[in-house]
Ligand binder design. Structure first.
Ligand SMILES: C[S@@+](CC[C@H](N)C(=O)[O-])C[C@H]1O[C@@H](n2cnc3c(N)ncnc32)[C@H](O)[C@@H]1O
Length: 973
């Protein structure tokens, strides 16, 4: 092997690499050399052909044979002359690296004879690619050509900074390409040598490289080694090729040849080789959120330990609830101990004992019903797997109930309802002004000190006398105790709502499409269940009048309701019950109860359950007093009355039987007082005329259309009462009345009241009633000027004044209660006579019939109104006003007497409520005392209800419009 200068060898090697073995046929010529030189020095090509010099080494991989060639450490004979070689020889430049340099090169192949075929460049069949364009770098061409620095910035480097090819195909690129190809071919080529060879080029880059390239081979070797260590070049294509078969290699070579220059430029990078040198970071996700854990940051401070629960815990529980940090660190197992979830062993009601006595807690009726359902009777063997619900299940099974999912499971109510403008709420009634004093003077139920006589099994249900009288049971008046008592609605309400929440409160205000605001249910309610209390300021009539004239004169809505006696609830400041609208077919009732001696009004569900989302309504029994104030009713019920007006009156009384006539006779003769209020109304319309009497009687009986069944019952009862009354009225003469009044004055008249078989009287009181014959006569002649009801033998005097500007009615009532020692055949009951000093509607309780027995007299002239006004002069001892009738009510016997039994006369709770609901809002006792002369301000007195304001305003129209005189009478036997 002949030694040749190293420079020559390198030059030859470069030449070889640049041309590539495959191009050897075309390279030997000088023309091609010149061509190559031109190519090397040219600006980056925009078009590169496969036979271009710059691409030759890239596009044509070495032959497989050359891969297997071992490293040659010798002189490599130059296959052909090259212009660089020539230059070197001519210039006599020393070979960089010296003679001892190790050159790694592939074996030299024998030169092929010159090809006779046309030059490749001329071959139009070969595709021509604009690589720069393809890779998107052609836009930088001009800038680079001007020596822009971008050129340098764009240069890719391998890990140790060794420059590789650039996009353009300048001379240095060509050299770099050659070097890369050489590396790819042999994998052992010394980069420093190549760089040196590049440095030999007479180009700016050559000059730069010449400066940078270290002169010592060791330095170059280091660079080489570092390049290999980068990981990218070590896994070169050629290395892979060596492991492939011939065909596989060809395929790879073909693929490689198609690699774009850009990709090839990148193939040594970590990204290309998918080598991620960054440290691995594990992301942490919690509850669907990415948690950025910065290892440099300190872990967050542990949460402060929670407050200790006061309840006693077992040691095991304590151990579980103890925070991790509190646990001893020397017991890692304890710290890692997972929390154990406890599951019920069996069934929904696991853990609850099956009731031993399934009758326990049921009412007597429920017990009876349960006994009639064999399926529900205990089989003797308790079902431990699925015991029945302990508390309510059986009751629900017995009674049945419409079912709806609980509120929090299924809430059909759309949220975000518009709410009324801020208004002041009041959860408890507040007496304003003289109202409190007035109430204290009123003979209410303080003297009702006896307890009910219910048994625990009964649970103060339908027959509880407290319930019948609309007293709520409490510790003082209940015989069965809180556990069994079911007559504690207001207490239940308080219990239910004390913790608040939509479901517990159960109602919400919402905007109705056409009636302003309304109230709807947020939950289900059972029939007759208390829903919410109607609270507000309790004011006197005078105060109400003042407010109407001064404060509310411009209001469209009034929230005034007749409450008790002459008092009114003004809910302008009050509970949201004031927003409850009217319906002619309501699902609720407004009922007044006495709770711990105080009157309270509340909205109760009607006779059917109320579903979630239903609008709550009750019948206002609205009396507009004037056509001017009539409002159209928009309740939309099938039986809608069309206007917000009073309940219809109906019921044609049947002809009385002989027995009834006799009874009436007796009744009339016995209690003349009861007629004192009634008599005046009657003759005013029909002195003796029977047809008129009939009509009046027909008018007299109102009924509540809420409950059909109840209505029927009420009708029957009313009919009986009506016959008696009719008879009494028709046969009453002045003389008789006078005599009766005398007897009453003597206390001979006994008022009986049959409520139930339970005697509730604790005090015997005698009531004397003096009804002046003059007053009665005046009433009969419709001049009713005065009626004096005087109860003598007691010293209690109640002055009740319904004040209008002109009208005043004064009652002197000297006994709050009377005694009854007389007993009926079936029941002997003496009730407290004056118990019904509650609102007139409540007086129905005594008779067990429809609460309000009203006689409406229509007077059409102002003179009659004036006459009435006269009757109400303060100086005149009272009269036929509604107030009078209220007081007289208990004294009018409606029961048929002889065959009266407790069962017969005991009103059902529904009947009472029905009657009450009738009486509460605007049913208007005060309406009866309608003082035309004074512009109907008497209407305020008891007009009550939302319609009261209208009643007041109607006063102006009083002279022109018919005056309604409504007398409400309830008698007691
Ligand atoms: C006590 S307020 C009831 C709450 C009232 N909707 C509000 O927005 O304040 C009574 C008034 O509501 C209206 N209203 C109630 N029920 C009605 C009905 N069924 N049809 C028409 N208007 C009704 C009448 O204007 C009535 O004077």
């Amino acid at each position: 092997m002949a030694a040749i200068p190293m420079a020559t060898a390198i030059a030859e090697l470069d030449s070889l690499l640049l041309h590539g073995p495959s191009f050897s046929s075309s390279t030997p010529t000088d023309a091609s050399s010149a061509n190559s030189a031109a190519s090397l020095s040219s600006t980056p090509p925009t078009t590169i052909s496969p036979d271009s010099m710059s691409l030759a080494s890239e596009s044509d991989p070495p032959k497989p044979e050359s891969v297997a060639a071992s490293t040659i450490e010798a002189v490599i004979p130059a296959p052909d002359t090259h212009h660089i070689q020539s230059e070197q020889r001519e210039s006599g430049q020393p070979t960089p690296g010296g003679d001892d340099a190790i050159v790694v090169a592939e074996p030299i192949l024998p030169a092929e004879p010159p090809s006779t075929s046309r030059p490749r460049r001329a071959r139009s069949s070969l595709p021509v690619y604009n690589i720069a364009k393809l890779v998107g770098t052609d836009v930088h061409g001009r800038r680079r050509s001007k020596g822009d620095t971008v050129q340098e910035k764009k240069r890719r480097t391998i890990s140790d900074g060794t420059p590789t090819r650039r996009v353009n195909s300048s001379a240095e690129d060509s050299i770099d390409a050659a070097v890369s190809t050489s590396q790819a071919t042999q994998g052992k080529i010394d980069a420093s040598r190549t760089s040196r060879s590049a440095a030999l080029l007479n180009t700016p880059r050559g000059a730069r490289i010449a400066k940078k390239v270290p002169s010592s081979p060791a330095a170059g070797h280091l660079t080489r080694r570092a390049t290999r260590l980068s990981g990218a070049s070590a896994e070169s294509v050629v290395t892979k090729l060596s492991a492939l078969s011939k065909r596989g290699k060809k395929a790879v070579e073909k693929g490689v040849s198609r690699l774009t220059r850009e990709l090839r430029r990148l193939q040594d990078t970590n990204e290309f080789a998918h080598i991620d040198t960054r440290p691995v970071r594990y992301t942490v996700w919690s509850n669907g959120k990415y948690i950025d854990i910065d290892p440099t940051q300190e872990p967050p401070a542990p949460e402060p330990p929670r407050k200790k629960v006061k309840v006693d815990e077992s040691p095991a529980q304590k151990d579980e609830t103890q925070p991790e940090e509190d646990k001893p660190k020397d017991s890692p197992t304890a710290a890692r101990k997972p929390r154990v979830k406890k599951w019920l062993d069996k069934g929904l009601y696991a853990g609850q004992e099956a009731p031993v006595d399934i009758f326990k807690g049921l009412t007597s009726q429920e017990k009876k019903k349960l006994a009639s359902i064999p399926e529900l009777m205990p089989s003797g063997k308790p079902n431990l797997a699925l015991p029945q619900p302990m508390y309510n299940g059986l009751r629900i099974l017995i009674n049945g109930r419409d079912f709806k999912l609980p509120f929090d499971v299924c809430n059909p109510l759309p949220p975000g309802q518009p709410k009324p403008a801020a208004y002041r709420t009041m959860t408890k009634n507040r007496f304003v002004g003289n109202a409190a004093a007035y109430w204290k003077k009123t003979p209410h139920f303080e003297d009702f000190s006896s307890k009910c006589v219910c048994k625990p099994d009964d649970g103060c249900s339908e027959d509880c006398q407290n319930r019948i009288m609309l007293y709520e049971c409490d510790e003082t008046n209940c015989n069965v105790g809180k556990t069994h008592c079911t007559n504690r609605s207001f207490q239940d309400l308080q219990e239910r709502t004390k913790t608040g929440g939509r479901y517990r409160v159960g109602v919400e205000v919402y905007k109705t499409p056409d009636r302003g605001y309304g109230v709807r249910s947020n939950r289900c309610f059972e029939p007759n269940q208390i829903i919410m209390e109607y609270t507000g300021e309790i004011i006197t009539v005078d105060e109400c009048e003042r407010r109407m004239n001064e404060v509310y004169k411009d209001n469209e809505c009034y929230y005034l309701m007749s409450f008790d006696q002459n008092m009114i609830i003004d809910a302008t400041t009050g509970s949201i019950a004031r927003f409850v609208n009217h319906s002619c077919l309501p699902n609720c009732r407004m009922i007044k109860w006495i709770v711990s001696g105080q009157p309270r009004m509340a909205l109760f569900a009607g006779d059917r359950p109320i579903m979630t989302g239903e609008e709550l309504t009750y019948d206002y029994n609205f009396d507009p007093f004037s056509a001017k104030n009539v409002q159209k009713c928009l309740c939309g019920s099938p039986n809608c009355r069309g206007v917000l007006g009073p309940k219809p009156k109906e019921v044609k009384p049947p002809k009385p039987t002989k027995d009834e006539k006799k009874t009436v006779k007796k009744t009339a003769s016995k209690s003349s007082m009861k007629l004192s209020a009634k008599v005046p109304a009657k003759p005013s319309v029909n002195p003796p005329a029977k047809s008129s009497v009939k009509r009046k009687l027909k008018d007299a009986f109102e009924f509540d259309g809420d409950d059909e069944e109840e209505v029927n019952t009420a009708k029957r009862r009313k009919m009986k009462a009506a016959t008696g009354l009719k008879r009494a009225l028709s046969s009453t003469s002045l003389k008789m009345t006078k005599g009766a009044a005398k007897r009453a004055a003597k206390g001979a008249s006994t008022i009986k009241r049959t409520v139930s078989s339970i005697s509730v009287a604790t005090k015997k009181k005698r009531t004397g009633l003096v009804a002046s014959s003059k007053a009665v006569k005046a009433k009969v002649t419709s001049k009713s000027k005065a009626a004096t009801i005087t109860k003598t033998k007691t010293k209690t005097t109640i002055r009740r004044t319904v004040t209008n500007k002109v009208t005043k009615k004064t009652y002197d009532k000297k006994a709050a209660a009377s005694t009854s020692s007389t007993k009926t055949a079936a029941t002997t009951t003496q009730s407290k006579i004056d118990a019904p000093s509650r609102s007139p509607s409540l007086t129905i309780v005594a008779a067990g019939v429809s609460a309000n027995l009203s006689i409406t007299t229509t007077t059409t002239t102002s003179s009659s109104a004036a006459t009435q006004a006269d009757t109400t002069k303060p100086s005149t001892p009272v009269s036929s006003s509604s107030s009078t009738t209220k007081k007289a009510m208990p004294k009018l016997t409606l029961s048929s007497g002889k065959k009266t039994s407790s069962r017969k006369v005991t009103p059902s709770r529904k009947a009472i409520e029905s009657g009450l609901s009738l009486g509460t809002p605007a049913s208007g006792l005060a309406k009866s005392v309608f003082n035309n002369k004074d512009k109907a301000k008497a209407g305020v007195g008891a007009g009550a209800g939302p319609g009261m304001g209208a009643g007041l305003e109607a006063g102006a129209e009083a002279k022109k419009t018919p005056t309604r005189i409504k007398l409400v009478n309830v008698s007691k036997k």
